[in-house]
Design a protein around this ligand. Structure first.
Ligand SMILES: NC(=O)c1ccc[n+]([C@@H]2O[C@H](COP(=O)([O-])OP(=O)(O)OC[C@H]3O[C@@H](n4cnc5c(N)ncnc54)[C@H](O)[C@@H]3O)[C@@H](O)[C@H]2O)c1
Ligand SMILES: [Zn+2]
Ligand SMILES: [Zn+2]
Length: 368
């Protein structure tokens, strides 16, 4: 959509600093940027924390072949409002808020009207996209952001900013398929494939909904913590034929959060008749599914992509009510490249969160 005159006249005058990747090496280093001045419907957010999603790693490495460098990643943003435009009704300075994967959409199509801005053809990602005023969007590994109030959610009082930040992507990404594919009823058996950032939150939501939850993982070393720390009821090692056999036809649904291409056929065997496998992981290459794995016993293969703004607020409120937060390792901005290397090796329990508020400017000054 062409920018309006008002949008065009908005000038990018606000100085900020971010951590940017300049090329496919994905190396992140400080970069001075500008943000637009506050529009009438915008809020200005001082960023205090930002989670590190695996999508950030895919993006800085250009795994999806869509990177426009410099890329400043980050779509699990938590912070405080410092300024609100004159039409803003829902927020005021001092409010604790969050921003997830989107910062704009057309706001008038059928999807937007129904609250599914995530499906809007004009949806604009928080980073690595061209905004409606023609500038590149920069994500939350940065000091501040200016966002239309529609794309901002309120942090309930009981939700900490650091442990809550990852819910803005990891949380909504697993909450949406549970809600819309009917995998949220008490007593149902949910499989969670892959125990990383998304996976561990899926376990917690499953338990909050009164479900039986089984983690399916290639890492036997995660069994104890899955059962004892995260409260899962079962743990199946995907490479262990005996364990896979014992779990055959037991699950109502599986949420697949794995970031890599893995053999899919055996996983369908874990589903009951009419069971659903919902993909949220985004491996680089196409997935291979033998027709018989799907056709026999009426299995469904589905996908799910983040979630709309109404659902994001609902998810955050529900998480606060049930005490669902992410298990995090808080890091300083200077550690971000090491964190990315560790994330690539799945060496994090279970989400890195950058303490932007206390460390970003220090890291930027030290890099000069
Ligand atoms: N659908 C969406 O809207 C959406 C939103 C956010 C993230 N994602 C995607 O979801 C995926 C997971 O994101 P995350 O932030 O939870 O990542 P993560 O790195 O925290 O977790 C990924 C999990 O996959 C496992 N895994 C990786 N390679 C594996 C392999 N070869 N075999 C078995 N298991 C393996 C890891 O051990 C880890 O537990 C990524 O691809 C990400 O881009 C999708
Ligand atoms: Zn994400
Ligand atoms: Zn729209």
């Amino acid at each position: 959509m062409a920018p309006t005159a008002a949008e065009q006249s908005q000038q990018h005058t606000r100085k900020a600093v971010g951590l940017a990747a300049r090329d496919v090496s994905g190396h992140l280093a400080p970069l001075a940027i500008t943000r637009r001045s506050t529009g009438d419907d915008d809020v200005v957010i001082k960023i205090l924390y930002c989670g590190i999603c695996h999508s950030d790693l895919h993006s800085i490495k250009n795994d999806w072949k869509d990177a426009t460098y410099p890329v400043i990643p980050g779509h699990e943003i938590a912070g405080e409002i410092t300024e609100a435009g004159k039409n803003v009704t829902r927020f005021k300075a001092g409010d604790r808020v969050g921003v997830g994967c989107m910062v704009n959409s057309c706001q008038s199509c059928e999807s937007c009207d129904k609250g599914f801005e995530n499906h809007c053809p004009g949806m604009i990602f928080t980073y690595n996209r061209v905004d409606r005023d023609g500038t590149l969007t920069y994500g939350g590994y940065s000091s501040m952001v200016v966002v239309h109030e529609r794309f901002v959610v309120r942090f309930p009082d009981a939700m900490p900013l650091d442990k809550g930040a990852p819910l803005l992507c990891a949380g909504i990404t697993v909450y949406t398929p549970m809600k819309y594919h009917g995998l949220n009823a008490p007593g149902m058996h949910l499989g969670v494939l892959g125990l990383g950032g998304l996976g561990h939150v899926a376990v917690k939501f499953g338990k909050a909904f009164g479900m039986k939850v089984t983690v399916i993982s290639s890492s036997p070393g995660k069994k104890q913590e899955a059962l004892e720390r995260l409260g899962a009821d079962g743990f199946v090692v995907s490479k262990n034929a005996d364990e896979m056999k014992a779990a055959m036809s037991t699950m109502d649904g599986i949420i697949n959060t794995v970031s890599a291409n893995i053999p899919m056929a055996p996983l369908f065997g874990l589903l009951k008749p009419n069971g659903k496998m919902v993909m949220v992981g985004l491996p680089e290459k196409p997935i291979e599914v033998p027709p018989f794995a799907l056709v026999a016993k009426n299995k469904t293969l589905a996908g799910s992509f983040i979630g709309g703004m109404r659902d994001t607020q609902e998810m955050l409120d529900l998480a606060a009510k049930h005490g669902v937060t992410a298990d995090i390792e808080v890091i300083g901005a200077e550690y971000v490249n090491t964190a990315m290397e560790r994330l690539a090796k799945a060496d994090v329990r279970y989400r890195f969160v950058i303490d932007i508020g206390n460390t970003l400017y220090k890291a930027a000054a030290a890099a000069k």
